[in-house]
Design a protein around this ligand. Structure first.
Ligand SMILES: [Fe+2]
Ligand SMILES: [Fe+2]
Length: 282
């Protein structure tokens, strides 16, 4: 039997089936009492339910090509985790839009149309490459979310912090599953590496577009769209010296290395820290 999974043996991809009650926090600017920072996370959440369903579909399509029982098991747990994330973020998004007067039909509708279009245009293997690429982005953002410096000043409302760090931890656990499936099924195919790398560029572009469109809708409805101070502080938060995106940049670029694997970044200590901080483990 060939080894196809390269997730470290001691990392368990666990199904936790958590439920979150977020109504109160979602009605407010729950991140640092700041409209831009809050909208950044809320706009990301909008992309999750439909995005994660398409991740599940694209990986499942190749499940029968996998022979390593470890990777087969990881695919099942990956689908289980993403299924619960999808459910929790569906609830999140519905509550958010209701509480704050955003249009869920507008926000999700355009993402649904784009996924439908790309499903029609892309082959199954290209869709799997998209999933591997977006899982890379998710994993490096998860790394930031679980880092010690993310909330030193206690600026994130606790129920929101719990949801986002739970999601981040599970993303980290399964960060190599789609990647290992892609590597396995494209082994010895000449296009494999080129497709993998170019897909990350494309997927990044479309994800940023979705987030920006979502944020503009939210900031408009919040009447904060033309508040220069909000934008300057927001840009600082993303791109400043300690910015969320800026700090993730080196890890993002690793994907373009020929011998890249998600677990070359050994993020087990972050997972262990998160586990240790859980008051009521399942
Ligand atoms: Fe997820
Ligand atoms: Fe994921």
């Amino acid at each position: 039997m060939k080894q196809e999974s390269y997730t470290p043996a001691e990392v368990a991809i666990q199904l936790r089936n958590r439920k979150h009650e977020l109504t109160e926090s979602l009605g407010r600017d729950w991140y640092d009492n700041h409209p831009f920072k809050t909208a950044w996370f809320n706009a990301m959440s909008i992309t999750f339910p439909l995005g994660e369903q398409s991740f599940i579909d694209s990986v499942r399509r190749y499940a029968d090509k996998i022979t390593d029982p470890k990777l087969q098991r990881e695919i099942r747990h990956f689908c289980g985790q993403e299924g619960v994330h999808r459910r929790e973020h569906e609830h999140y998004n519905k509550t958010l839009c209701k509480e704050r007067g955003y249009s869920l039909d507008y926000l999700e509708g355009r993402i649904a149309r784009k996924i439908k279009e790309s499903d029609a245009k892309l082959s199954s293997i290209q869709r799997l490459a998209v999933t591997a690429a977006l899982e890379h982005i998710t994993a490096i953002l998860a790394e930031r979310m679980l880092g010690e410096d993310v909330d030193v000043n206690g600026v994130i409302e606790p129920p929101m912090k719990e949801l986002w760090s739970w999601h981040a931890a599970e993303e980290m656990e399964h960060k190599a599953v789609a990647f290992d499936v892609y590597r396995t099924v494209t082994k010895n195919k000449p296009y494999s590496e080129k497709m993998r790398k170019s897909t990350l560029r494309l997927a990044t572009f479309f994800l940023i577009q979705d987030i920006v469109v979502g944020m503009i809708h939210m900031l408009r409805r919040d009447k904060k769209m033309w508040n220069l101070r909000v934008w300057i502080e927001g840009m600082q938060f993303l791109l400043g010296r300690q910015g969320f995106i800026r700090l993730s940049w080196p890890a993002y670029k690793d994907y373009f290395k020929d011998d890249f694997h998600p677990w070359q970044r050994d993020t087990r200590p972050l997972l262990e820290n998160w586990e240790a901080g859980q008051l009521s483990p399942d």
